[in-house]
Design a protein around this ligand. Structure first.
Ligand code: SF4
Ligand code: SF4
Length: 433
């Protein structure tokens, strides 16, 4: 496998586009209505079927993997809604990741783009200590009012990125800051927590809440050292070899049989962790990746079948739920989060229309294609608010940050919360307790 991702020369990496997977598409068009980019742009080449056709041309050597091909692949959100409706089970997510790896190996990016990408993907995301330092720096800048100033003077992607920053009043949180890890009440077992990369810095409350909820449910929580970014952003942006290196690090960090499960509270990370065996197919780590897969659980799928702990507080809220794409389409987890919400006494659950449609966040898509991304976000916010709910619940930090930014922009009286933040209010007395 690694040989295919380091090829050089014209049409490098083309073997990553698996002919059998491409041939599974029977061109029936059942995926068209579910595809957000086709719906918004109305262009066949921005539909799953159209993209598969382009991939087939590239795979057969009849189209160069640049220009038009790169544009239509880049415009794909990677939301995998097409997989949910496809009658022949085309694994579109892995095909589009392969297409992006092929593009990556056949193009030379401008110097500045390469610099920014290297900085973000190679020198920041895999390094928790550096991310925390950045978090501290961002906090200071916010206190000095520098963001408010910057938002007025900068434009383009930098402005979009600044708009995403949440309230940074809470300090960044690292695995070493977990105050207590022992179970509360009757002990059910021991779980390992996957920590992620930017979420602990930008949403420290979510990490604290996750630990507290697991403890309240009777689990001792271990945060293994040496774990790193899941590699999803790298994989979805064509940096396959980097994603493989990160996967290997995580397999080593979680190489223990001492846990009942490995818990992830970010849908995008969970979907990536659950496909390590595909990412490392044909390598020495493939077997280890299969064992790892068997242990990885999204927080919601892990908690839903369990008897909830005694309630410590009431929660009188009207709540709706937005399905993160990589939970609903990527991991096929839809009922567990709803089950957990509906079981909360006092909570009124309101289903929103098209809850499974992408909110437009999609990793760094909101920075690469801000206009389309904003259209999708607005549609999601309209649907959520029309439901009458005051709290939008999600299970993915990326969606949470993006929706929060949209709500702030429109100055709506609506909260966007991670499910763990609601559960902690009901079942745990205090996050660190
Ligand atoms: S639904 Fe599946 S088989 Fe049909 S066109 Fe779309 S990708 Fe191809
Ligand atoms: S992954 Fe999403 S955006 Fe991309 S083709 Fe499938 S449905 Fe469309």
């Amino acid at each position: 496998m690694s040989a295919t991702v380091t090829e050089k020369g014209p049409m490098a990496g083309i073997r990553l586009l698996d002919r059998d997977k491409l041939n599974a598409c029977v061109q029936c068009g059942m995926c068209l209505a579910s595809c957000p980019t086709y719906r918004e742009l109305g262009v066949e080449m921005d539909s799953p079927r159209g993209r598969i056709y382009l991939m087939t041309l590239v795979q057969e050597g009849r189209l160069e993997p640049d220009g038009l091909f790169a544009r239509h692949m880049s415009q794909c959100l990677g939301c995998r809604a097409c997989e949910t409706v496809c009658p022949t089970g085309v694994p579109f997510g892995s095909l589009v990741d392969a297409a992006k790896a092929v593009i990556e190996q056949n193009r030379r990016l401008p110097l500045m783009t390469r610099f920014v990408r290297n900085l973000a993907f190679r020198h920041l995301l895999p390094h928790q200590a550096r991310l925390r330092l950045l978090g501290v720096l961002l906090r200071r800048m916010e206190r000095l009012g520098l963001f408010a100033l910057a938002k007025r003077v900068v434009s383009g992607r930098l402005r979009e990125a600044l708009q995403l920053l949440p309230d940074l009043s809470a300090p960044p949180f690292g695995p070493g800051d977990v105050a207590a890890t022992a179970s509360v009440g009757a002990r059910r077992g021991r779980v390992a927590l996957f920590w992620g990369c930017v979420a602990p810095v930008l949403l420290p409350n979510v990490q604290q809440a996750t630990v507290a909820v697991l403890r309240a449910y009777g689990y001792e929580v271990v945060v293994p050292e040496g774990q790193t970014c899941c590699g999803a952003l790298h994989l979805h942006n064509g940096l396959r070899a980097d994603a493989q290196a990160l996967a290997r690090k995580n397999l080593a960090a979680f190489d223990s049989t001492g846990y009942d499960a490995i818990i992830v509270n970010a849908a995008g990370c969970g979907a990536a962790l659950k496909t390590y065996q595909e990412l490392l197919r044909g390598t020495a780590e493939e077997g280890c990746a299969h064992r790892f897969h068997a242990q990885v659980n999204d927080l919601t799928e892990f908690l839903a079948p369990l008897t909830a702990p005694p309630q410590s507080a009431a929660l009188k809220e009207t709540v709706t739920y937005q399905d993160p794409c990589h939970l609903a389409h990527g991991q096929r987890i839809r009922s567990a989060p709803r089950q957990l919400l509906k079981a909360i006494p006092g909570l009124e659950f309101k289903e929103m229309p098209d809850a499974e449609r992408c909110c437009g966040s999609a990793g760094i898509y909101n920075l690469l294609h801000p206009e389309l991304s904003r259209r999708l976000r607005q549609e999601k916010i309209d649907h959520a608010t029309a439901s009458g709910a005051r709290v939008i619940v999600t299970a993915n930090p990326g969606c949470q940050l993006y929706l929060q930014a949209g709500i702030r922009e429109k100055q709506l009286d609506v909260e966007v919360r991670h499910l763990a933040e609601l559960l902690v209010r009901v079942y745990a007395t205090r996050p660190g307790g």
